[in-house]
Write a protein that binds this ligand. Structure first.
Ligand SMILES: *Cc1c(COP(=O)(O)O)cnc(C)c1O
Length: 384
């Protein structure tokens, strides 16, 4: 049943207001378009959002994570424990700084790293832990930091998906060790591309600035020095202006996403999908920022593959995505010794998850339409 009369519903779409578009035009006309005053204002606003902690911006969330590892002193010979159910950037950056990623399997309910397994994976070579808050759902932050304290480990939070999320009323980023955000267009707050690192003190903030731009510090009016090996990771003022425009709306964005997530739960309640065993996320409307709404398919009870399921959604005018195939099954990771079967929960999640549409300009009717489609496909392709 094709609904050609209804507009295609993508799974994600950024909301950029006219004031921001106007602001970007002003930056472009201003004569200064790379890192400058907009960036300073963006960093100040992000810092205020994160309880006054120092914040430095970068040109991607990946760069932000990599510099976070460098600031934590992670390098050759070190192990960093993380989750295999994430975007591959999470563990690629660990290799990038010369260290070794050690995966701990996920809890299939929260879909985040299982903190018992994380603790069991600690060795004398473990230098840091890098939790990911999949779909914007934090791990148990109290337990996470208790483990880090007990074992003397640095934490680099891959909070790429968790901007605006909270833990017991405290914002992610407003407490803890190093916290990394991404502002990719699919994330809850975007600067087109970009990222931000929340730091502990001014010394770390200065180091972040050096790593961000060729290791350079200015000395006096005409001098400069380079004393660490930095790269080229600075954010443009055009991007910073987009981020500033977004930040004004972040509380509304989060509230709308939580409301849409509630609508999903209502829409699925008692339907064919849940009856067949479709898995829903944890129903948390206080902590999660609902970056994504991800279901898991009971693939052994369906006569179609996940790809065909997604094609069926598309035929009904509904976009969907996969976030994410288990990292350790990628070729690069297999070549480095990882094998199928090592992290069964992440593997099953990666093979069966489907990300449904969730973005601020969606309506409850859109959600209802997605739920109907999922129920319909499940009923139609259920094994007899
Ligand atoms: C998006 C994302 C990243 C990378 O951020 P970019 O801005 O795309 O470089 C890293 N980790 C996770 C969990 C992400 O979702």
């Amino acid at each position: 049943m094709t609904q050609s009369n209804v507009a295609f519903l993508p799974f994600v779409k950024p909301e950029i207001d006219e004031e921001t578009i106007q602001g970007v035009a002003e930056v472009l006309r201003s004569g200064w378009i790379t890192t400058g005053p907009q960036n300073q204002a963006f960093e100040a606003a992000l810092s205020a959002f994160c309880g006054g902690r120092p914040v430095r911006t970068f040109n991607s969330g990946t760069a932000t994570l990599e510099i976070g590892l460098r600031i934590a002193g992670v390098g050759a010979g070190d192990e960093v424990i993380t989750t295999p159910a994430s975007w591959v950037a999470t563990s690629n950056v660990i290799y990038e700084v010369g260290a070794t990623p050690v995966f701990a399997d996920i809890d299939p309910v929260t879909r985040n790293i299982d903190l018992d397994k994380l603790e069991a994976a600690i060795t004398p070579r473990t230098k840091a832990i890098m939790p990911v808050y999949l779909a914007g759902m934090p791990v148990d932050m109290d337990r996470l930091y208790a483990i880090a304290r007990q074992h003397g480990l640095r934490v680099i939070e891959d909070a790429a998906q968790a901007f605006g999320a909270t833990w017991n009323g405290k914002r992610i980023g407003a407490f803890g060790d190093l916290v990394s955000f991404s502002f990719h267009p699919n994330k809850n707050l975007t600067s087109i591309e970009g990222g931000a690192l929340v730091l502990n003190d001014d010394a770390e903030a200065l180091l972040a600035q050096k790593y961000r731009l060729q290791g350079i510090t200015r000395t006096g009016f005409d001098g400069m020095d380079c004393d660490v090996l930095g790269g080229k990771y600075n954010l443009t003022d055009v991007a910073a202006r987009v981020g500033l425009g977004q930040l004004k709306h972040i509380e509304r964005f989060t509230a709308q996403r939580r409301a849409l997530a509630r609508a999903y739960f209502a829409g699925f309640e008692g339907g064919a999908a849940v009856g067949l065993g479709v898995g829903l996320p944890v129903a948390d409307f206080a902590n999660s920022n609902w970056h994504m709404f991800q279901i898991t398919l009971p693939i052994e009870k369906l006569t179609i593959s996940r790809a065909d399921f997604m094609a069926q959604l598309k035929e009904r005018g509904i976009g969907s995505g996969v976030h994410y195939p288990a990292i350790h099954l990628f070729t690069l990771y297999r070549e480095r010794g990882f094998k199928a079967g090592m992290f069964p929960h992440a593997e099953r999640f990666g093979a069966t998850t489907v990300t449904l549409p969730l973005f601020t300009q969606m309506t409850n009717d859109d959600v209802a339409r997605v739920c109907r489609a999922v129920n319909e496909i499940c009923a139609q392709y259920a094994l007899g």
